[in-house]
Design a protein around this ligand. Sequence first.
Ligand code: GLU
Length: 443
Amino acid sequence: MKDIEMILASGARTASDRSASGLPSYLDPARLGPWDTYLEQVDRVTPYLGSLATWVETLKRPKRVLIVDVPIHMDNGRIAHFEGYRIQHNTSRGPGKGGVRFHQNVTLAEVMALAAWMSVKNAAINVPYGGAKGGVRVDPRLLSVGELERLTRRYTSEIGIIIGPSKDIPAPDVNTNDQIMAWMMDTYSMNTGEATTGVVTGKPVNLGGSLGRREATGRGVFTVAVEAASRIGLPIDGARVAVQGFGNVGGTTARLFADAGAKIVAVQDQTGAIERADGLDVRALLAHVAECGGVAGFPAARGFETDEFWAYPCDILVPAALEGQITVANANAIKARMIIEGANGPTTPAADDILGERGVLVVPDVIANAGGVTVSYFEWVQDFSSFFWSEAEINQRLVRIMTDAFAGIWSVAQEKKVSLRTAAFIVGCTRILEARAMRGLYP
Ligand code: GLU
């Protein structure tokens, strides 16, 4: 049963809460992990930026940070306050673009990093956007549908001063979906008095959403995996694949791998880890997760220790959950030949170094999971023109964009003898800083 104290303890903290270090929770240096990771990645790319390095400081600070209080009436009559964020990291190449995450561990530093990765991703894949991200520190599993709707609407109203179809366009991320996008679109439209479908992407199809958007991130992960595998001579048919996270991204990726003849041998999520050396029945697992909320207890598999997941024998590893998962603590144990980052920021820079030395190919988030925002871009274009494309056309264009972007990044990596991550950052950061330098400073 839902317990209000549990909800308050999980998410409804405020900036005045003190962490162990005595600082407000959002300033606790112990929680700057993802932002530190991002800064280190920028330091690694800087020597390759030539004269554009003059502008690199632009990448090291978000353009605009909004912290909002989100008070809502709970079903039992009490009022709970949640802390929300919307961060526009960069808008040199176009409006801000990036998802909104509802999670009990969301922090300012995390959303800063996620917004920055969107800037690099959108530039690396060459969609005409800057980078932004939002989040609310809440465990949505503890809310009723009504509470979730009130939270979404109040959060949208609070960030309404900085979002808009040509300013900043939110989308789904961890624990948010097409229903939440519909509430966001409605709230923004009611507040402005105009039916504005293009203010968010990832909407339901009958509300200006795009065919293929829900599957797009997983389809992109799979497309890039096929490209990377062919370059290292790894056949997908028969490949053993382990997936962390079985939400929209992990679940779709696993299904596409299985359809192509790969074996999904291990899956781990917030409920536990399961394995089957001969390959799991992915469709049955998807049905089990939809019903039970996680992979634990799936009958046709053996449960095993979550800690052992990273060392599980496989050829391809797909982290598709949260950031900071592959670290110095487990990078040496990984058996895969290739890691495809479905999640944002799953690998720390120190782990990147270990994997690089061990010859494990890491296909970084900013290209691997860019399929979602690519189809978000198609959705936004369709909303502007009120003319909608077929699913086949969308998937075809998605595959072409992902394949071309991957090929470009692969050749930069070969030419400069750098990791795919640094190559993707070279391509992305160069595009951002070229735009920044051309636009100049105002006033
Ligand atoms: N949340 C997704 C990401 O991290 C999609 C963002 C979008 O479509 O704007 O890339």
